[in-house]
Design a protein around this ligand. Structure first.
Ligand SMILES: Nc1ncnc2c1ncn2[C@@H]1O[C@H](COP(=O)(O)OP(=O)(O)O)[C@@H](O)[C@H]1O
Ligand SMILES: [Mg+2]
Length: 246
């Protein structure tokens, strides 16, 4: 059955690298994977080493122009939206990739998020698993972009701020997603930190604790593809929950 997971949380806590490692793990398990970079700031394509083709925002602009020029009407475009979305995918091995892109003008995010929500719903049906790397914060939950997400990965580093943001997102998601299954992930746990104590101060059961890991850091800095990541400690820690989801 097609399943959609998304990683959410504060900026800088590790959403993108966790999304990239999840994509790698699912594709290694032989699943047909769709990776969606839902963050207008980008990052997932780079982490996977995949180029961006047409973005969801490019498609939005083409729709606007063709309506303006009288070349098309809305029902036609709605009928061909899945064609345009499929055409925008970049593929390598078992992985397909789509990026949301970024509008040039302020105030277009609402429209873009609506199209992104449709893109997730339309495209995910053709894949075993869809991994969405969300924008930092709560906006895409409030805008119902994550409506069809089955499993939310709520990511935090070991800071109270990171935990607070992830908890607030989890609370808002109860109303704004299909199943609202939430898995809490602690990332960048240092050797001298106790996962039990951190989980207690967070107030959630933690599904996985990913240690601070030099391999992750250097892959990211050197812009190497996480699809080629070896079995490092953070990846193995994430794999425990990935295996449960497969
Ligand atoms: N477990 C980890 N070990 C070492 N570095 C990490 C780890 N998780 C994240 N990082 C580093 O933290 C930074 C932010 O991670 P990123 O995934 O881009 O965060 P986000 O997408 O939430 O903004 C990156 O430089 C990344 O390499
Ligand atoms: Mg990111």
């Amino acid at each position: 059955m097609a399943r959609v997971i998304a990683s959410l949380g504060k900026g800088g806590v590790g959403k993108t690298i966790i999304s990239a490692m999840a994509v790698k793990a699912f594709s290694a398990a032989g699943l047909k994977v769709l990776a969606i970079d839902a963050d207008p700031a980008g990052g997932l394509g780079l982490a996977l080493g995949l180029p961006t083709n047409r973005t969801v925002n490019d498609i939005r602009m083409e729709i606007i122009h063709s309506i303006k020029d009288g070349l098309s009407n809305k029902p036609d475009l709605a009928a061909s939206l899945d064609y345009h979305l499929l055409d925008a995918l970049v593929e390598r091995d078992h992985v397909a990739f789509l990026s949301v892109g970024r509008p040039e003008e302020e105030g277009c995010y609402c429209q873009l998020n609506t199209l992104l929500r449709e893109a997730i719903e339309l495209l995910s049906r053709g894949f075993d698993i869809t991994v969405v790397d969300a924008e930092a914060g709560i906006e895409q939950i409030n805008r119902r972009v994550m409506r069809s997400v089955d499993t939310l990965l709520l990511v935090s580093d070991t800071s109270l701020k990171g935990m607070r943001v992830a908890s607030a997102i989890a609370e808002a998601a109860k109303e704004a997603t299909a199943s609202g299954e939430a898995l809490f992930l602690l990332n960048r746990v240092q050797p001298d930190e106790e996962p039990g104590k951190l989980a207690a101060s967070w107030g959630h059961q933690v599904a996985a604790c990913l240690p601070e890991d030099d391999t992750i850091y250097s892959y990211d800095r050197q812009e190497r593809s996480f699809l080629d990541l070896p079995d490092c400690p953070a990846f193995l820690a994430l794999n425990t929950i990935i295996n449960r989801l497969v």
